[in-house]
Write a protein that binds this ligand. Sequence first.
Ligand code: FAD
Length: 406
Amino acid sequence: MTRYVIVGGGVAGTTAAQNLRRLDPSAAVTLLGDEPYPYYFRPKLWEFLAGKLEESALVFHPMEWYASQKIDLRVKTKVSGIQPTAHSLTLAAGATLPYDRLLLATGASCFVPDIPGVKLPGVFVLRTLQDAAAMRAEAARCRRAIVVGGGLLGLETAHALCALNLDVTVVEIMPHLLPRQLDREGAQFLQTRLESMGLKFITGARTMAVTGESAATGIRLEDGREVPGDLVLFSAGIVPRAELARDAGIEVKKGIIAGPSMQTSAADIFAAGDAAEVEGRIYGLVTPAIEQARVASQNMAGAEQTAYPGTMPSATLKLLGMDLTSLGEATAEDAALTVRRVLDEKAGTYKKIIVRDGVVVGAILLNDALTVPLLKQLIASKRDVSQVQDRLLDEAFDLKAFVVGK
Ligand SMILES: Cc1cc2nc3c(=O)[nH]c(=O)nc-3n(C[C@H](O)[C@H](O)[C@H](O)COP(=O)(O)OP(=O)(O)OC[C@H]3O[C@@H](n4cnc5c(N)ncnc54)[C@H](O)[C@@H]3O)c2cc1C
């Protein structure tokens, strides 16, 4: 009987456990997670923070489901060491656990810059349900919040804090919001709309310190300006949790290095999700975590060998009734690219495609959800569009007929 052990009970770990059980019905599948809950959907943390969902609505499968799947789920169980040669793990509580194949699905933590004041009460990150619960309790006592980081997660959190009637200022170090998903024009368009809904923004500003003596009272910017706020949230990117792998001598750069089969540099040890770095890339998104977990578990079980082909980065932001999607190389800029943009103030839509050598490689769509699947398909198919690239976004052009071929 093969013993599979998975470290990390998030979406990657849980997907792999379920898949291993299906592929190898007689195996022992053990899923170890240091959080107090079984897998819950992190994107729902905003609704929880905004007071629209309760804790019980977040958990994906009840504990009984794991028992019915014969998955030995152990919550509140932190792994403190791996011994790759002995094929065993050490738990923080002291026990040793042997494995035949191991998956590291340890996720990521939030990056917090090493600046004065970040340890003060009133300073938060949002990664776990416990973070969200602590912030929700604090928000009830606060009036003004600052969100450091105007990326996808920062904006969604700012929106949730707004719903709690806080006065929210978002501070972004780059010259515009959503630097990973949007170009300048698209970001300005989005910012104006969000401002009209009550959010405040400071862009192109580096945060140098959290101010306050015994609790946060705001932040200080590089130009000396002080922004007042009694709740400060850092949303400035993620750091893969690779420490277990690093300490065990497994190859780590930013994340745990995994090859196309999702195997690490150590025999019988695989990695998936936010902890894994594949071809220099850490995705930090749910869909790639699921896809990597599927490939890893397939190869762990010795079923038909599969390789992870990479995932087209695709992010959707749903904010205050707005719908923003960026696909592929949405912010790529170089002379070899052809860029087409259509901005319709009245309709509230912004569309952009990026074409390289006659092939669409990226797109941005604001408030045009119907076009998203068509452009996704077009990017994935790598179809030559050189004959029509100037017309692709025209209203008169039948994109659906072109993509679907009808
Ligand atoms: C608020 C929020 C909203 C998000 N929204 C979106 C979204 O809309 N769309 C999207 O695609 N992505 C979103 N993401 C990102 C997405 O949640 C992650 O990409 C995804 O959770 C990665 O899954 P994972 O299983 O790799 O890691 P995780 O979900 O982080 O799970 C890893 C687990 O391993 C545990 N662990 C770590 N080390 C140990 C150890 N030594 N011993 C035991 N357990 C350990 C961790 O505590 C954690 O429970 C969001 C993230 C957050 C925080």
